[in-house]
Design a protein. Structure first.
Length: 296
């Protein structure tokens, strides 16, 4: 098929979801204006590829073909979202591996719909989530020594999404990120995820995975403080704070029948508190230790 036909096919699979509907901020006003466009280029690329992989009616073969077209577009002629990101990466000297790794995760989604254990879930996150934060750090010129904390935070965000959407993912695309041996050990089948409410054993599994996710967030505790760019530091503080609160919701509510998402008002209040707290720590900490305030 031609590049224009691939573009039409990709457009037909798009969900219409945009950055305002995501769980966490995407290139919000906190991000430096010169960094916002490259971050949005990555988001548009990721959104298009994710919609391909998650489409409930497209065949695995069609999905893989279109994801291959996205991969080709990073290097040359192909879908617009891929060509735009490829151009951004080349102009800024950013490694295209961040995009190729993401495509590998979406290709995996077309072939794998069950996971064996926590380690296999983290291995998936290494392709589906960690490259996103690494790309943002590279756009801002941050030290790659921050990658371990970035990786922990990004994996946590991904698993929170999996737990929030476990019923929808099972019902719409027969995909289960909760390790299925955990279900078997509890005497459950994957069909338990399609129920109107969680079996007590399923709820226990979800809460166990949530507590492990809180452990990832603990590993990322100093991430925002270690970032040089002040505005990105505040954005990361917001994301970390939102993730912590979503874990609390997952520990208190049943994602099969109760809301475990923030309303816009709740997210805004939590974000404001995180920004003010991070800005205060940054300002007073720098004054206390005689350090220069990071890039703004």
């Amino acid at each position: 098929m031609s590049a224009s036909q691939d573009q039409d096919a990709i457009a037909a699979l798009q969900s219409g979801k945009d950055e305002g509907q995501e769980n966490f901020p995407v290139a919000s006003w906190l991000v430096r204006p010169d960094a916002r466009a490259p971050v949005m280029a990555y988001y548009r690329f990721a959104r298009a590829a994710d919609d391909i992989a998650d489409h409930p009616e497209a065949t695995p073969e069609e999905k893989l073909r279109l994801l291959a077209a996205m991969r080709g577009g990073l290097e040359g002629d192909g879908p617009q979202e891929a060509m735009e990101l490829g151009a951004v990466c080349r102009s800024r000297g950013i490694d295209l591996a961040h995009a190729h790794d993401l495509l590998e995760a979406f290709e995996q989604d077309c072939r794998v719909n069950r996971y064996q254990d926590w380690d296999s879930l983290i291995a998936y996150c290494a392709k589906s989530a960690m490259p996103v934060g690494r790309y943002v750090l590279d756009v801002h010129g941050e030290d790659r020594a921050l990658w371990p904390m970035n990786d922990a935070l990004c994996a946590a965000l991904q698993i929170i999404n999996h737990l929030q959407d476990c019923r929808k993912d099972y019902r719409s695309i027969d995909r289960v990120y909760i390790p299925w041996p955990m279900l078997v050990h509890a005497g459950l089948g994957v069909e338990a995820l399609g129920a109107e409410r969680s079996d007590p054993a399923l709820l226990s599994i979800i809460r166990d995975l949530t507590r492990r996710t809180q452990g990832l967030l603990a590993q990322a505790e100093g991430f925002a403080d270690a970032i040089v760019d002040t505005r990105l530091s505040c954005e990361v503080a917001v994301i970390h704070h939102l993730a912590q609160d979503l874990c609390k919701l997952l520990l208190q509510h049943d994602p099969l029948c109760e809301s475990v998402h923030h309303t816009k008002g709740q997210a805004a209040r939590l974000a404001l508190g995180a920004v003010l707290g991070q800005a205060a720590r940054r300002f007073f900490g720098n004054r206390l230790f005689g350090k220069s305030i990071g890039r703004v």
